[in-house]
Design a protein around this ligand. Sequence first.
Ligand SMILES: Nc1ncnc2c1ncn2[C@@H]1O[C@H](COP(=O)(O)OP(=O)(O)OP(=O)(O)O)[C@@H](O)[C@H]1O
Ligand SMILES: [Mg+2]
Length: 369
Amino acid sequence: MYLKKLSLINFKNLEQAEIAFDRRINCIVGDNGTCKTNILDAIYYLSMCKSALSMSDGQCVMHGKEFFVADGTYVNADGRNEVISCTYTRGSQKTVKRNGKAYTRLSEHVGVIPVVMVSPFDSALICDAAEERRRYLNLFISQFDSRYLSTLIRYNGVLAERNRLLKISPNESVLQIYDMQLAESAAVINEIRREVCEELGGVVARYYEKLSGGCESVGLEYRSELNITPLDVLLKASRERDIINGFTSSGVHRDDLLFTIDGYPLRKFGSQGQQKSFVVALKLAQCQIIAERCGERPVLLLDDIFDRLDRGRVVELLRTVAAEEFGQVVITDCNKERMVQVLEQLGVEYRLMEVSHGAVVSGYEEDRV
Ligand SMILES: Nc1ncnc2c1ncn2[C@@H]1O[C@H](COP(=O)(O)OP(=O)(O)OP(=O)(O)O)[C@@H](O)[C@H]1O
Ligand SMILES: [Mg+2]
């Protein structure tokens, strides 16, 4: 599925916009603080029912306005139009509709139009706490495995209940029930994460080699206590400690991913550009795995493509995403000349849009598609 037309009302600084996209490579160029990232975020929102930049729904509404509307017209594999519509009014629930029909559960929409975004904010994925990497993994796997998402929701629900109980009155028999439920869900989550990470590690290494011209090699390892010991055993062993601390100290909510460069932790020993290259390789690998598993190539959003990458790596990145196995790509850059130069050098066909503050000023018309 690819995005043919995006219509926005009051989405961040876009008061009213209608933007047409090409089915393959689209470039959005414009100065700092115009609306490039906001457009990508709106596209992400239409797929994931939330902002990519940890902004609340209220923060996505234009300052001083009461609501926003984001509509996307997509073309599916049969060539038919599908319309996804998201609306949010301050102080009320958001609504997401597919072809006019509202979802009762937003989680049902996740994965319908897979999306992958590369953003300068991804540095958090490498430098921040494990929670960031778990969030990444969850959003990634949820897009092609609905069983994973429903199990995760169940796990988080029981975990919250267990933590609440630990804080008030730890009742032995109720704890036992929670532990059993947690262990059951955790086993499923652990197994899926393990299997996905095993594949992911190999694909990331290949993309990284491509981007870097084989300068360095990277690795990815899934770390979980559950790789060795089942959760019911861990929970039993840590029960007393959990009662004293008032929270659950073992489980898949403690998992992490370890990224390495030439065998050393990337977080400590990777340069800025190497860390960025890793993130890009990770996201390209994510695209490949999602495409394989759900038969739908994700919309790839490359925000600020030159961020921390040298020209050689940007050229390799664009060469890679211009190849057949990738679907629709939307790229942003603040320097039009630089962007056009690289695309022309590669001989890639593309659609160019220029933006100013809160508006697309050229290249957005539908008849050009
Ligand atoms: N809810 C909102 N209401 C109004 N304006 C907003 C809202 N949220 C963000 N903005 C503004 O939108 C503008 C454009 O932001 P955006 O991140 O899209 O810029 P950009 O073109 O990606 O710039 P850069 O090249 O610096 O990354 C910013 O000035 C930002 O403050
Ligand atoms: Mg930006």
